[in-house]
Design a protein around this ligand. Structure first.
Ligand code: SF4
Length: 246
């Protein structure tokens, strides 16, 4: 496996950069002081990068029929198209960085992963949205380990995220060069206990895929195995499954 640094994308304000709408930051001590010792950050502030200043008017998500728009409620300016265009371009550029994970700032209309406030026509919020940049990230990189900083305060979720980051890196290494079905079978065997501790069902499904991989197009095998492997690891371990593997 490559000894290149493990690169993790991160909402810039979580590293202490003063890029928030109010000119402040949301420095996260665990990320900066602990996790940051082992990874190389690739920091991104979508709102600053689309040209909004710091400080700036707060922006928010608003429901418009079946769509959700990113809006400055004070001026009425709709930033949806600008953010979506930017996100597509920025995420394409990030592909060259070989990210192994991404940590997003919760509640943000740009970066929030889940339960972001979406305001209706009467200005009443529902907590059922996702930031526009976060949404574009998940669509473009569906297998990438992604978490919010708030959820990483839960030790089980934190452990799971770190585990997925390293597993994703190994998966990428496997598929980065010319790989054979034998390489895939060895990879699968090497991850047997890890997969079983998350999902015995997924381990069996992946095993069947490896067994019939010879007759399948390589791209399909890679896409299918990669998606199922990362999905399996995102299931939190239970003490029972973990004990059954000892
Ligand atoms: S949450 Fe995202 S958009 Fe908002 S300040 Fe932090 S990095 Fe910038």
């Amino acid at each position: 496996m490559s000894d290149a640094p493990i690169r993790i994308g991160v909402s810039a304000c979580l590293l202490g950069q003063e890029v928030r709408y109010d000119g402040g930051h949301k420095r996260d001590p665990f990320l900066v002081e602990t996790f940051g010792r082992y990874v190389e950050w690739v920091h991104v502030c979508p709102e600053v990068e689309i040209g909004l200043g710091t400080p700036r008017d707060p922006i928010r998500l608003e429901r418009a029929g079946r769509d959700v728009r990113l809006v400055n409620p004070k001026t009425g300016i709709d930033l949806t198209r600008k953010m979506r265009t930017y996100a597509a371009r920025r995420l394409a550029a990030l592909e060259d960085q070989d990210l192994c994970g991404y940590i997003l700032k919760k509640d943000s209309p740009s970066c929030g992963l889940e339960r972001v406030r979406v305001y209706d026509g009467q200005g009443v919020p529902s907590r059922n949205g996702r930031g526009l940049f976060a949404d574009a990230l998940l669509r473009r990189c569906p297998n990438l380990p992604v978490e919010e900083e708030g959820r990483l305060n839960d030790p089980r979720i934190r452990e799971n995220f770190v585990e997925r980051v390293f597993a994703y890196r190994r998966l990428r290494s496997l598929f980065a060069g010319r790989w054979t079905i034998g390489d895939l079978a060895r990879f699968h065997t090497a991850h047997k206990l890890q997969l079983l501790s998350h999902s015995p069902k997924a381990y069996a499904t992946l095993g069947r895929l490896v067994a019939r991989a010879k007759g399948m197009p390589r791209d399909r095998v890679r896409a299918h195995y990669g998606a199922e492997f990362m999905k399996a690891l995102s299931e939190l371990r239970t003490p029972r499954r973990h004990a059954s593997d000892q």
